[in-house]
Design a protein. Structure first.
Lengths: 308, 408
């Protein structure tokens, strides 16, 4: 009896591996291998054409980490990092915004469904489309925002709406545009969370006579925790890998003032053909993402085990 | 009779193999926009008629992807003919021995190509590229707005340009439109001013990576440019606009001048067509010979091409005046073969042919003449400069540091 069970288990394992194999191979080929290959490329100076790819220190350089030393002295790298931090801070505002929208529309009514689908619409668009639409909105001379501001008298005739032309404020315009679809995404995640709430707990609280704020803060939010974990992670990842929208709306300009690491990596690699340097940027970006997500997951798991 | 005709067929077969090997010809093209695609198909049809025995395959890839992908297929698995740019962008591949010399093809075309054009396709004394078309750069301006602001004639000198800018500003008109959302339009200004202030040889030497961007000569170029920035020559909204959006400023009558390539002349709306005319970039130092910016499209044979004989046949075909004429009747660009005729009723083309013919030298545009990386740092720097001209020294030293690293 015992022997046949372990035989069954063994066979099950084999079958499981067979089923897993296709996705594991793909995952290895397209995720694991590129990570390590990028790590390797980051210590080379490959131009994308030369056949041989040798590490820098075997190629006449004093240090294998020359790319990272160059990064340290690169103003654009620091500017991009600063912008990524701004993205992390301000892009995450779309999470409470999404929560507010979810709370607002978590009612059973036809009108609510209509508004929900309206708000959800930008999620359906590709980010390239979102970027193009917002470029037009924020366009000086011909844009909608300038037209509206002129209409209400905030801009005088002959003045222009120069947000996207400003090296200080262009990133603000980008984050606003990116938050539009992302807040909708957060809303959907929270709506799913809200529909899974334990009704009896809320009813009990209402019978006890708690205020709406107390209900939200002490009962609904803790119960929404699984949704919040997902929202925070997708928001963090979204802020770190911001790329398509920036590429469309400013291409990192004016003069790199709205650049971010992901876009700078792309520009160095595929526009300047510095594959090694681009890989070095991607290694830094990878390290930052990994660190943030590990820290957050660890904290979350700690809280989970602490409570149970 | 039957036997004779059979022999005839066999002979015909032999002669055609002697003339052209039959077989294949694979062409990779980056000319994916409808106009240049159509132009290429027109002459390709003629080539197929002349060489019915060659099986021609064309792969058209969009411009930006082509620029990235060429690095993968050129060293490993190249076609027989590929499209590219003249100047330093091609030099990169020539130096890596990835391009087949074309001296035998050019041996039959003496006198048909100008010396300036030959300079752009020759490296270390050998000719490598077949130029089919180029276009000129200069000012497109609104006659009516000039009149309104009291600017009597198109500026011929730098001082006249500054004066015109001041008058237009005073009349509430943006003197010169520019959109630097993509940074490249700013580089045209650097190219022209540097060539006018320091001359063509200095400019080309600088961009090939041998000069110093922090030198007093380049600082003089930037100081000249700054004069125009400081009198409000450009719109402050420039970094938020693409070059197409900036051209709308000109069509809507908000801006009076626009430094652009002649590709813009086909986009002038008919409502303002009568008001738009062309003038070449003004003279800054009368002692310096006048050079022009003229990006040139070329075809070349990769060194590892499989059907080189057919590829050479195609190059000889492309060099012909009648082919270049037919090609550019569709593209609206200027043929490089000077025996090819142009549409003389097109005043923009006529001015272009005139200024390019008299030019002491032709540059290919900043981002083709300089290394891609230097070009990127340079153009970003120019955009910053147009907003903060007081940062000139810091910007130039940033470009210079990049140049030193790239060309060490």
């Amino acid at each position: 009896m015992v022997g046949s069970l372990s035989f069954m288990q063994k066979r099950d394992h084999k079958t499981a591996w067979r089923f897993l194999a296709p996705s594991l191979i793909l995952y290895g080929l397209y995720v694991i291998f590129p990570i390590f290959f990028s790590l390797y490329l980051s210590i080379t100076q490959w131009d994308g054409v030369s056949a041989a790819v040798t590490p820098l220190c075997l190629d006449g350089e004093t240090s294998c980490f020359q790319n990272f030393i160059d990064l340290w002295n690169d103003d654009v790298f620091w500017m991009s990092l600063k912008n990524n931090i701004a993205w992390l801070l301000f892009f995450s505002l779309s999470a409470p915004l999404g929560l507010a929208l979810a709370l607002l529309f978590h009612v059973k009514a036809k009108a609510a469904n209509f508004y929900k689908s309206l708000l959800f619409m930008p999620m359906v668009f590709s980010l390239v489309v979102v970027g193009t639409i917002w470029s037009w909105f924020l366009q000086p001379e011909f844009g909608l925002v300038e037209f509206l501001l002129k209409g209400i008298g905030l801009l005088k005739e002959g003045e222009n709406f120069t947000l996207m032309a400003s090296d200080r404020w262009a990133t603000a315009g980008l984050i606003a545009a990116a938050s539009w679809p992302h807040a909708a995404y957060c809303m959907v995640l929270y709506l799913a969370g809200l529909s899974n709430l334990q009704k009896n707990v809320i009813e009990a609280a209402e019978i006890e006579g708690v205020s709406r704020w107390q209900l939200l803060w002490y009962i609904v939010l803790p119960m929404l925790r699984p949704a919040t974990v997902i929202v925070v992670i997708v928001t963090m990842i979204g802020a770190l890998r911001a790329f398509d929208l920036i590429s469309i709306m400013t291409a990192g300009g004016p003069a790199n003032s709205s650049n971010v690491l992901a876009l700078y990596m792309y520009q160095q690699t595929f526009e300047n053909f510095r594959y090694g340097y681009g890989a070095a940027i991607s290694v830094v970006l990878f390290a930052i993402s990994l660190l943030l997500i590990l820290l957050y997951l660890r904290q979350t798991l700690k809280d989970e085990t602490g409570r149970s | 009779m039957k036997v004779l005709s059979l022999i005839g067929i066999a002979l015909a077969g032999i002669t055609s193999t002697a003339l052209a090997a039959g077989g294949e010809l694979i062409i990779n093209s980056m000319h994916s926009d409808p106009t240049s695609k159509k132009a290429f198909e027109t002459i390709l049809g003629d080539f197929k008629k002349e060489h019915a025995d060659i099986k021609v395959t064309v792969n058209t890839i969009d411009h930006e992807s082509y620029k990235v992908q060429i690095r993968t297929w050129l060293p490993n698995n190249p076609p027989d003919v590929a499209t590219w740019f003249a100047g330093n962008r091609a030099k990169f591949f020539v130096e890596k021995k990835l391009v087949e010399p074309l001296d035998d093809v050019f041996s039959t075309t003496t006198g048909q190509f100008s010396e300036g054009a030959m300079a752009a396709i020759s490296f270390n004394g050998k000719k490598y590229l077949m130029p089919t078309n180029y276009y000129h750069w200069g000012f497109y301006y609104r006659k009516d707005l000039f009149q309104k602001a009291g600017v009597a004639a198109p500026p011929k000198t730098w001082d006249e340009l500054i004066a015109a800018a001041q008058k237009l500003r005073a009349a509430g008109i943006i003197p010169i439109a520019i959109g630097t959302k993509q940074a490249w339009p700013s580089a045209a200004w650097f190219d022209f001013i540097n060539m006018r202030v320091n001359g063509y040889p200095f400019h080309m030497n600088l961009l090939s990576g041998k000069g110093n961007y922090s030198s007093p000569e380049v600082k003089k170029t930037m100081a000249t440019w700054a004069q125009l920035v400081k009198v409000g020559g450009f719109p402050e909204t420039a970094p938020a606009m693409t070059w197409q959006e900036a051209s709308a400023l000109l069509w809507q009558g908000k801006a009076a001048m626009y430094l652009m390539g002649n590709f813009i002349s086909s986009e002038i709306p008919s409502s303002v067509k009568a008001q738009v005319e062309f003038f070449p970039f003004p003279i800054i130092d009368p002692k310096i010979p006048t050079a022009q910016v003229a990006p040139t499209d070329v075809y070349f044979i990769p060194a590892k091409a499989k059907n080189k004989a057919n590829a050479k046949l195609f190059m000889t075909f492309l060099a012909r005046a009648d082919v270049q004429q037919k090609y550019n009747e569709v593209t609206g660009l200027l043929p490089v073969n000077n025996k090819a005729k142009i549409d003389v009723t097109n005043t923009f083309l006529k001015s272009g042919q005139q200024i390019l013919g008299q030019a002491s030298g032709l540059s290919q545009f900043f981002d083709r003449d300089a290394e891609p990386e230097v070009a990127k740092v340079g153009m970003d720097g120019f955009v910053e400069f147009m907003r903060y001209p007081e940062r000139t020294d810091a910007i130039l030293s940033r470009i210079e540091n990049t140049r030193k690293r790239v060309h060490r």
